[in-house]
Write a protein that binds this ligand. Structure first.
Ligand code: NAP
Ligand code: ZN
Length: 353
């Protein structure tokens, strides 16, 4: 074991603060990574504040962070895919059982024994739970390490590891291609990646936002139209017209207003994970045989496919790079929808801790 620097929270009401954590020495299948950048996902905030306690409660201390890019510093003897010096990424998962039907189908994220990057039981027993990327170093099984396209800016790549794959996977699953009309609800970290990816897939993209001042950005990011969602007339103009809507909103909101915008057999996929349940009117679904579904990140092979797609299309996140000392401030800005469009921590800032 060795010590790594990190930022952790010790309770649901504590700010994140400097800490020292234990990491395991790489085993034969492990890759040790010096973390260079880590994105701040709204899931980090939900987890730090234990907002998902009905579903999975948080074990403290928590070291969040699952949008990791870094440089390989050491590999185990059985590692064949990576070598020291490689630039790599790690997303929301660090392990799974590898043999269940979901793992075999490439859906490691739905493995009953999936181990998430933070707040999952640590099978190596280095600590009670896994610790994430708000740290200068991590050790991960090679099966969960991704290759980063060399042409992309590293800080902008970090958010692809969660925001990118979480939006790419349902867009692909629901057959988004040229000619499809696609809505993206919420222009935050996930939403802005959804816009870029759906645009690159050739769709006609409409952004729904509660923030009128994000209109110009939405168009620049690849939207064809922007609707301010509290304007009922603007919403009504799109009634019954969408093939697919991706809902990335992090707080409770009226989902029926969006279900009514779907055409026959249209689908809304929730990727946003609000703390409180959403109310769904049966008639919003019955009319037009509409469906409402969910999606969680994506499997490892699909994550690599997404990274390669972003490499080909030159897609990265729009980021505001911050030192880790500003992380608590960034959380407050996330709560105000004041993010343009992903905060990314430069882990070089941990050196001064
Ligand atoms: P974010 O950057 O904070 O963006 C969320 C956006 O939702 C905001 O920028 C805002 O956009 C909109 N919004 C916020 N509060 C709202 C409200 N009360 N009513 C309507 N719109 C509101 O968050 P994120 O990192 O993209 O994450 C979004 C959600 O996805 C979180 O719940 C997160 O936990 C979840 N998530 C799920 C997965 C998965 O695998 N399913 C993966 C990652 C994250 P506008 O200003 O444009 O309205
Ligand atoms: Zn995330």
């Amino acid at each position: 074991m060795y010590n790594a620097k990190a930022y952790s929270a010790v309770s649901a009401t504590s700010p994140l603060a400097s800490d020292t954590i234990a990491r395991r020495d790489p085993t034969e299948h492990d890759v040790q990574i010096e973390i260079l950048f880590c994105g701040i996902c709204h899931s980090d905030l939900h987890s730090v504040r234990d907002e998902w306690s009905d579903f999975m409660s948080t074990t403290y201390p928590i070291v969040p962070g699952h949008e990791i890019v870094g440089r390989v510093t050491q590999v185990g003897s059985a590692v064949t895919q990576f070598k020291s010096g490689d630039l790599v990424g790690v997303g929301c998962m660090v392990d799974s059982d590898g043999h269940c039907p979901n793992c075999k189908a490439g859906f490691e994220q739905f493995c009953q024994n999936a181990i998430f990057t933070y707040n999952s039981p640590d099978k190596h027993k280095t600590a009670p739970v896994t610790y994430g990327g708000y740290s200068n170093s991590i050790v991960v099984d090679q099966r969960f390490v991704l290759r980063v396209p060399p042409n992309l800016d590293l800080a902008g790549v970090a958010p692809l590891l969660c925001a990118g794959i979480t939006t790419y996977s349902p867009l692909r699953h629901w057959g988004v291609t040229e000619g499809k009309k696609v809505g993206v609800v919420g222009l935050g970290g996930l939403g802005h990646m959804g816009v870029k990816l759906a645009h690159a897939m050739g769709a006609h993209v409409v952004v729904f936002t509660t923030s009128p001042d994000k209109k110009e950005d939405a168009l620049r990011l690849g939207a064809d139209e922007v609707v301010v969602s509290h304007n009922a007339d603007e919403m009504q103009k799109h009634a019954g017209s969408f093939d697919f809507i991706l809902d990335t909103v992090a707080a409770k909101h009226d989902i029926n207003a969006y279900l009514n915008l779907l055409r026959l057999d249209g689908n809304i996929t929730l990727v946003g994970a609000p703390e409180k349940p959403l109310d769904v009117a049966a008639f919003s679904l019955i009319m037009g045989r509409r469906s409402l579904s969910g999606s969680m990140i994506g499997g490892i092979a699909e994550t690599q496919e997404m990274l390669d797609f972003c490499g080909e299309h030159n897609i990265t996140a729009d980021v505001e790079v911050i030192p880790i000392q500003k992380v608590n401030e960034a959380y407050e800005r996330l709560l105000k929808s004041d993010v343009k469009y992903r905060f990314v921590i430069d882990l070089a800032s941990l050196k001064s801790e």
